[in-house]
Design a protein around this ligand. Sequence first.
Ligand code: UD1
Length: 413
Amino acid sequence: MIRIEGGRRLRGTVRAAGSKNAALPAVMAGLLTSEPVVLENVPHLLDIECALELARALGKEVTWRNSAVVLSGGEALAPEAPEELVGRMRASFLALGPVLARQGEARMPLPGGCALGPRPVDLHLSGLRRLGAEFEVRGGIVWARASRLRGATVYLDFPSVGATEQLLLAGALADGTTTIVNPAREPEVVDLGALLTRMGAPVSWHEDRVTIEGQRELGGAEHRIIPDRIEAGTYLLAGAITRGEVAVAGSRPDHLDALLAKLAEAGVEVESADGVARVRANRRPHGVHVQTLPYPGFPTDLQPPIVAFLTTAQGRSSARETVFPARFSYVGALVRMGAQLQVSGDTVLADGIEVLRGASVDAPDIRAGAALVLAALAAEETTEIRGEEHLSRGYEGLVEKLRALGAEVCAAP
Ligand code: UD1
């Protein structure tokens, strides 16, 4: 449980961790070769441990060197992924493409992960089918076969992050060029492309598509994972909701444009320069309207955190969720803390109140948990948040970083 005494204005600077969502597919890229792949700036998080455990179960040697992960070995990969690991985290499903490309077969349980409504993998499977894979789904397990993957053009109905990553991973070892039309362009996907290029499969981005030139074999590489924009955004919102001043160093402010623009619109002072993003909020902000969209639109992962911030803005705000329409699991907990929120279809409406009050609440997933932490930092009195294991899936050193900014927070038994 995390206990927070709210009402302190946060001030100071924190350093961004490496991006969880960029590190996860990068670990899967390590499955594509038996040469060493060295990933720098990997955050210490439960989700990363889960991905590394999966890589080990499939036959890789995995070692940590400070914040770098080295993946090596694995001349042959096990074709079957343990159900327990894939069930725990959706990103594990990205092992399908690499295992299939290297072994010609793969057995992969359908994925688990955050409770964000139905999260199908139809785009992953139909895309891989275009590359020549054949599938059968039996008892919740995907049985995949492909004697050799061939490059093809795949059109995505929706620019899915996972499907784009899956197809880049598989395309890296396919015969010829794979083209993905309407790909996801999130910085984490672009980072995977940079890693695959370094491993020997050139990835190039065009206006409406991305291409990858498949190779018979890939080499090793050293790669530095980008900073985590969602973590950085969460700390900026912590500064804004507590009417404080917070800077995130070692970040990529250009990856935070959508958030910084909304904060500025709400009346928060924002500044970005040279790897540092900063907010200063000494007055009560006013309400704004947010809509989540694929990048460069407003990120769905910051929708719960920004709604927490908007609960104490002046007037009416709204957040429309178009990426994961069911992503409102945190609303009930914020209402218990006094927020005036109403969900109507894919939109949550907020009528700003002066101040939230502490309560005892449950974190149902990573970003919902982040929203509750933000609310607690600004609330009168004490808030106890259960389900902190969700927070440790996504936020490295959360308690220490918040303390460094002046928050009164402790991890209680
Ligand atoms: C990734 C991120 C997650 C983020 C999301 C959107 C990781 C580990 N997770 O998740 O934090 O919130 O991108 O930015 O990087 N969909 C389908 N069929 C598919 C695949 C997806 O219908 O085959 C739908 C999903 O149900 C969802 C939407 O597409 O409604 C977006 O999913 P996607 O972009 O694939 O997100 P993830 O890769 O799961």
